[in-house]
Ligand binder design. Structure first.
Ligand code: AMP
Ligand code: MN
Ligand code: MN
Ligand code: MN
Length: 288
């Protein structure tokens, strides 16, 4: 018997609809198996998988929150914004969001085509079709490029592919067009709860993080991802303080990607992650 059953949640997971390796059904099953009370599916730029995930959640008896993670341009860099659909969830509303998200998916396609053209210009031999291997919904991310670079032996590992070729601001990956303001406006328009994902992943200074959070709060952000796989206790504490200062609620999750990030377990992150159910109870009280 799992003694922690029903006490913890995971509000940040990916399926193979974006750059995870498991189906939405499998992700929900895994969340259920480790005894989570609730999980959110937050694929990049799409809610295509949430319907399946919610149906499975209903069958198993685990709450599944429809979510999405949007990459937005911010001062020569890129930040990720999580949107959660928490109340009055209807199929019509999900479809309306999904339809509008296609703009971002198209921009992603254009960015990918440009990146592919740059690699081909420089003599890399991989083909477009190969990027689409293992992506049932044809969502190409930099992970798809990384896997192909490894397959061809241009690099030995996925992290090396990111360090050598796929880093932001480098020669191969064009900048995102969606600004933070556009991203937040989009989420607010559809009545989603908005939270800044993994604030320590951007390699910003403490001051830059504070400025970003301040700016996004003024644009209508509701939360901050204080619990995250790679956060130290000290980082979590700092973010809790920052959230309180800005009147933001806490969110948290593992950023599970299945075998694309095998060291991250759903619900548990690197092993020690615990996102309390109370986090979700607080989100449920917000007027959106
Ligand atoms: P994209 O949204 O196409 O720019 O791709 C970004 C995705 O690449 C992120 O969501 C991560 O899952 C993944 N990623 C970013 N940096 C790394 C890295 N250094 N190693 C492995 N995966 C990474
Ligand atoms: Mn990802
Ligand atoms: Mn992210
Ligand atoms: Mn993510």
């Amino acid at each position: 018997m799992n003694q922690t059953k029903g006490h913890f949640i995971d509000l940040h997971t990916h399926s193979y609809i974006s750059d995870g390796t498991y189906s939405p059904t499998e992700v929900v099953q895994k969340a259920y198996d480790i005894g989570l009370y609730a999980m959110a599916l937050t694929d990049h730029d799409t809610m295509y998988g949430v319907k399946e995930a919610m149906e499975v959640g209903k069958k198993l008896g685990i709450r599944v929150i429809p979510g999405v993670e949007l990459s937005c341009a911010y001062r020569k860099s890129e930040v990720h914004i999580l949107g959660y659909f928490l109340k009055d969830i209807t199929e019509e509303r999900i479809q309306a969001i999904q339809k509008d998200l296609e703009v971002f998916a198209r921009q992603r396609d254009e960015r990918n085509e440009e990146a592919l053209a740059r690699f081909q210009r420089d003599g890399f031999r991989f083909k477009r079709e190969e990027l689409y291997e293992n992506t049932p919904k044809k969502m190409i991310t930099r992970v798809s490029f990384a896997n192909v670079l490894v397959k061809y032996g241009y690099v030995e590992s996925v992290p090396e592919a990111f360090d050598k070729y796929l880093y932001l601001g480098g020669p191969y990956i064009p900048e995102k067009k969606t600004t933070v303001q556009l991203g937040i406006d989009f989420f607010k328009k559809h009545g989603l709860f908005v939270s800044l994902a993994h604030p320590y992943r951007y390699r910003f200074s403490e001051e830059e993080i504070e400025n970003l959070v301040d700016e996004m709060t003024r644009l209508g952000m509701n939360g901050l991802e204080v619990y995250y796989s790679t956060h130290s206790a000290e980082e979590t504490a700092k973010l809790q303080k920052l959230a309180k200062k800005n009147g933001l609620l806490y969110t948290g999750g593992s950023d599970f990607h299945g075998l694309n990030k095998p060291y991250i377990q759903i619900g548990k992150g690197l092993g020690g992650l615990q996102v309390p159910k109370a986090v979700l109870d607080d989100l449920d009280k917000v007027d959106l």
